[in-house]
Design a protein around this ligand. Structure first.
Ligand SMILES: [Zn+2]
Length: 214
């Protein structure tokens, strides 16, 4: 039954104390949480600390040493990093300088663009003014042309009126000539009739005189 007894928790084998410099063994009781250190009242060091406290101190010291080691390694390995950082800083300075120069050039370009736009605006305004002037002159020429056309039309109308008047005058003249000819013919006829009557009267008088002499 000894085999079953070794498996019993309360009968576990002793193990070394968790503090590296202690050298004692800790008997595990098994009933509660397994012990890692020999502790009070079993052992207390001359500085009044327990093995648990000494072990914690040791761990802190080791951790501190680890940090120092890491820092040292970093300082050694950091030299090229520092050089790279310095180079990067120089690059950044050059980049900043380039960006400033670029910004200056951009400002120059912007100012030049603004100047060109203003010049273009002035030119457009001048061109518009020239177009307006040309339009006004064209309107004036059109008005003059209209005036000339109106004068031409007036001349034509006046000429036509004159022609009509002349035709009317000629027609009147022809009428007057016809009337005059008719009047002359009538006068002639009247004259002839008078002459005829005079002849007849003379004949009658002669006949009366002849009768009186008898
Ligand atoms: Zn101990």
């Amino acid at each position: 039954m000894a085999e079953t007894n070794t498996a019993e928790p309360s009968e576990q084998a002793p193990r070394p104390c968790g503090y590296s410099r202690c050298g004692r063994t800790v008997t595990r009781t098994g009933s509660s949480r397994p012990r890692e250190y020999c502790g009070p009242p079993d052992r207390v060091w001359e500085d009044g600390r327990t093995c648990r406290q000494k072990a914690a101190e040791e761990r802190r010291a080791k951790a501190g040493a680890g940090v120092e080691e890491a820092l040292s390694a970093y300082a050694t390995a950091g030299a090229p990093v520092l050089a790279a950082t310095a180079a990067l800083g120089e690059n950044l300075a050059a980049l900043r300088e380039a960006l400033t120069a670029h910004a200056d050039r951009v400002e120059d370009v912007r100012a030049a663009a603004v100047a060109r736009v203003r010049t273009a605006e002035t030119e457009v305004a001048d061109a518009l003014r020239r177009v307006t002037d040309a339009e006004r002159r064209a309107a004036e020429r059109t008005a003059a042309a209209d005036h000339a056309l109106a004068m031409q039309r007036l001349e034509a109308e006046r000429a036509e009126a004159l022609a009509t008047a002349n035709r009317e005058l000629e027609r009147n003249n022809r009428g007057l000539e016809r009337d005059l000819a008719a009047a002359r013919a009538e006068a002639d006829a009247t004259g002839e009739a008078l002459a005829h009557e005079r002849t007849q009267r003379a004949a009658a008088e002669a006949a009366l005189r002849a009768m009186g002499r008898r």
